[in-house]
Design a binder for this molecule. Structure first.
Ligand code: 5GP
Ligand code: ZN
Length: 116
């Protein structure tokens, strides 16, 4: 991947993003169209299409992604009231960007998990 992938281009610094945390292997930045008072995306710098591919291909990196997401939640003050960590995956999951990303959502009650 690389030039064809929006989030690889953010990792490369070719597209600006509001970065809130960076490690050797992960990057966290604010969603451009926030759906909650706090809405941060956490990605591995290495390209994996979705959480299934990442989880099976590099479980250690998946763990680092979770650790970064937890640190973001702490930095954003979400640990007390709680938050939602979400991986939209594939067509039925509503995934739009095919570079795996965890949505860290919080700052207000988020309602039911799914609309019915
Ligand atoms: P998905 O639907 O794939 O789970 O989520 C993709 C997310 O990426 C959406 O919440 C969308 O607002 C966000 N997004 C799309 N393009 C950009 C961008 O250029 N910069 C940032 N920071 N977020 C983006
Ligand atoms: Zn990518």
């Amino acid at each position: 991947m690389g030039s064809d992938c929006l989030f690889c281009r953010i990792v490369a610094g070719e597209i600006p993003a509001t970065v809130v945390r960076e490690t050797d292997t992960t990057l966290a930045f604010r969603d451009i169209d926030p759906k909650a008072p706090v809405h941060v995306l956490v990605i591995p710098k290495e390209h994996y299409a979705d959480v299934a591919t990442l989880g099976q291909g590099d479980p250690a990196l998946a763990g680092e992604l979770l650790a970064t997401a937890a640190a973001v939640a702490e930095d954003e003050g979400l640990l007390g009231d709680g938050f939602r960590l979400m991986f939209n995956t594939g067509a039925y999951g509503g995934q739009e960007v095919f570079h795996v990303h965890a949505h860290v959502l919080g700052g207000a009650p988020l309602g039911p998990m799914l609309c019915r």
